[in-house]
Design a protein around this ligand. Structure first.
Ligand code: WTA
Length: 629
């Protein structure tokens, strides 16, 4: 990691909340609310926890045995009780929970009562397969309501869901199955992508062939006539649910019992299973959704993420349902069938809260402001951005395109943090390109390698100084990898991001400090792509870097050394790209592949990607005293 990063973003424009925003907001004075929250952090989260229902209460809010945390010690609960049952006792029973719109514009609408019934049927169906508390279930589905139902059904019976993004390839899915050993997998015949049919079942077939742990494959059949299910392991989703009762009591879970594993990329070739729990994660996602988006019962909340990623887990499924919100979930891309797609949906459903990504904003920006002006966007009141730094140009465009008055919540967080940690609230003044300040109850800073706080506008490492309820509890089967987050810089959690704070304490994130690349907000480890590359018979060595890209934020560039006897032909580069696609999936395919005679290495043989990157971008490589050649 190299902390000598120049702070490159200089922003002068400041935006203040409108009277209308202020009047509605849950929190109207951030400074006061923040100061109060950190006077007694456990007390602050305890008050939030009391807004939810528990089967039995805690003896202690936080047990902190550095770096291991337990929140709401001894309490029992079930996150789905608060997502569903809690609302069924109120008028929300018949409120719309989920509006789903498919790529072909088909629409499915679920009230809280209907979602509850579906989840209960699915929970009973899982039980009928013999799946019990603590068992793992893999979910490999496109963005359809069954994905939400399956996640909640697992949680309801205490099974641990592990959702794998449906863009991952068979080997990538198989390696996640191999690690988490699920007993069943829930999938679909196909997904849709810009009008094209994307077969998913064959991917699962290939992965399951290498996964003896999988006893059952449940298939949502979207196509008519339905594909044939051939193996005795396979069951049709509808048949599976049909005979089941629509009542299933939630399993009584300890607050610290695992809710899910979600794989994410780090600095090694093997993705890590981040483990979240029922209690603390519930409190963290509940409160952040409520306060950051200023969520009210009248809102229509549209988050464009995919539940295959953490944003979908926390801010499509759990956070909004915990708040009893009406969620709009949309399958498909922002520019299909036209670049007006999302603006049209906002108009059609009267969306009030719109949470999206910088990559999507930059894509829509390319099509121009003539698209948003065609639609009535006056229902919107709060905007959000997540997943990568939003450049001020894209921020300003988003602001202008939606009418020039709305606050944008640039929310910073990670799979590991479970919930938003650094973010504006609707009442805070905004600076384009800044994620503003820590959320209530969160102590964050920018420090040097030794943990010393840095003066304003100096680039350093973003750290969190005290535990928070939605933090990951461990990396499944790899506690040492968990400890690294808390051991890298003494006394705090190191996020792996480079950042500066301005004189107002506003955080400006500048990207990753480690070997993680963010392509369109998707987290990809250089080591994973490198190991996919060297698994090609012609590739001797490979090094991968992230390069700035106008729309996707970053793009992957690969440098490879060929094995002796192999020659570069015109088709060769495509072959290499296809190979990575097969190993990992489309999102990890390098944008550029360059064949080189050698790679810069340290004397101990480690590839110095930093040197490659500097050369590629025409920058100074910094300290190269360890470079061998
Ligand atoms: C980056 C996504 C700048 C950051 C929720 C972090 C951001 C990584 C922002 C986590 C933001 C996320 N501004 N950078 N608002 N939000 N990031 O686990 O580098 O997929 O460490 O979680 O995304 O990615 P992950």
């Amino acid at each position: 990691m190299d902390e000598k990063v120049d702070s490159f973003l200089k922003v002068h424009e400041v935006f203040y909340p409108s009277a209308e925003t202020m009047e509605k907001a849950w929190i109207r004075d951030y400074d006061k609310a923040y100061a109060e929250s950190i006077k007694d952090i456990p007390g602050f989260w305890e008050r939030a926890a009391h807004e939810l229902e528990w089967f039995s209460t805690w003896s202690q809010v936080l047990k902190w045995n550095y770096p291991w945390a337990e929140w709401f010690v001894g309490a029992t609960c079930n996150i789905t009780h608060n997502c569903l049952d809690r609302h069924l006792k109120t008028w929300r029973k018949n409120k719309v929970a989920l509006i789903w719109v498919g790529e072909d514009d088909s629409e499915r609408i679920f009230s809280y009562a209907e979602l509850y019934r579906k989840v209960c049927r699915c929970a009973n169906a899982l039980k009928a397969l013999g799946i019990r508390k603590g068992d793992r279930v893999a979910i490999y589905l496109p963005k359809i309501p069954e994905q939400t139902v399956a996640m909640l059904a697992c949680a309801r019976i205490g099974a641990i869901h592990t959702v794998v993004y449906s863009g991952f390839s068979a080997p990538a899915l198989a390696s996640r199955i191999e690690d988490s050993q699920p007993r069943a997998i829930i999938t679909a015949d196909v997904g849709y992508d810009r009008g094209k049919v994307v077969p998913l079942k064959p991917v699962v077939d290939e992965a399951v062939a290498h996964s003896p742990c999988i006893e059952k494959v449940v298939v949502v059949r979207r196509q008519k006539p339905g594909i044939t299910l051939s193996s005795p392991k396979e069951i049709d989703w509808d048949d599976w649910l049909k005979e089941q009762k629509a009542l299933c009591a939630p399993e009584v879970m300890n607050a610290e019992d695992p809710l899910y594993f979600l794989y994410t990329s780090g600095t090694t070739g093997k993705p890590k299973a981040v483990q979240h729990v029922h209690g603390g994660y519930m409190v963290g996602t509940y409160l952040t959704t409520k306060l950051v988006f200023d969520l009210k019962d009248e809102d229509v909340y549209f988050c464009v993420a995919d539940p295959g990623w953490v944003t979908g887990h926390s801010y499509i499924v759990y956070g909004p349902l915990l708040n009893g919100a009406t969620i709009l979930m949309v399958e498909g891309k922002p520019d299909y069938p036209t670049p007006g797609r999302w603006w049209d949906l906002i108009e059609r459903y009267g969306v009030t809260i719109f949470y999206t990504t910088p990559t999507a904003i930059r894509l829509l920006m390319k099509y121009g402001e003539e698209w948003p002006v065609k639609y009535d966007l006056s229902s919107l009141r709060i905007l959000g951005s997540v997943g990568e730094p939003i450049n001020p140009e894209a921020w300003l465009w988003f602001h202008r395109a939606t009418g020039g008055k709305l606050p944008i919540m640039d929310t910073w967080w990670q799979t590991e943090t479970g919930a938003i940690l650094i973010t504006p609230l609707p009442c805070t003044k905004l600076k384009p390109g800044s994620a503003a300040r820590p959320f209530l109850g969160i102590e964050a800073d920018v420090v040097d390698r030794e943990g010393k706080p840095l003066p304003p506008n100096t680039g350093g490492f973003a750290v969190i100084k005290t535990p928070w309820p939605s933090m990951m509890r461990t990396i499944y089967k790899d506690p040492d990898r968990y400890k690294v987050y808390w051991n890298t810089i003494p006394g705090c959690y190191t996020a792996g991001d480079v950042c500066r704070k301005d004189e107002d304490g506003y955080f400006f994130f500048m990207g990753r400090a480690d070997d993680v690349i963010k392509v369109a907000g998707n987290r990809i480890g250089t080591a994973e792509v490198e190991s996919a590359l060297v698994s090609h018979p012609a590739v001797a060595e490979a090094a991968v870097i992230g390069k700035p890209h106008k729309t996707a934020g970053e793009a992957i560039k690969a440098f490879i050394i060929l094995k002796q006897g192999f020659k570069e032909t015109p088709e060769f580069i495509d072959q290499i790209k296809d190979h990575v696609k097969h190993e990992l999936g489309k999102i990890a395919v390098p944008h550029e592949v360059e064949i080189v005679p050698s790679l810069p290495k340290t004397r101990s043989g480690k590839i110095m990607r930093r040197v490659l990157k500097a050369k590629e971008l025409g920058q100074n490589p910094g300290d190269i005293s360890t470079l061998e050649d």
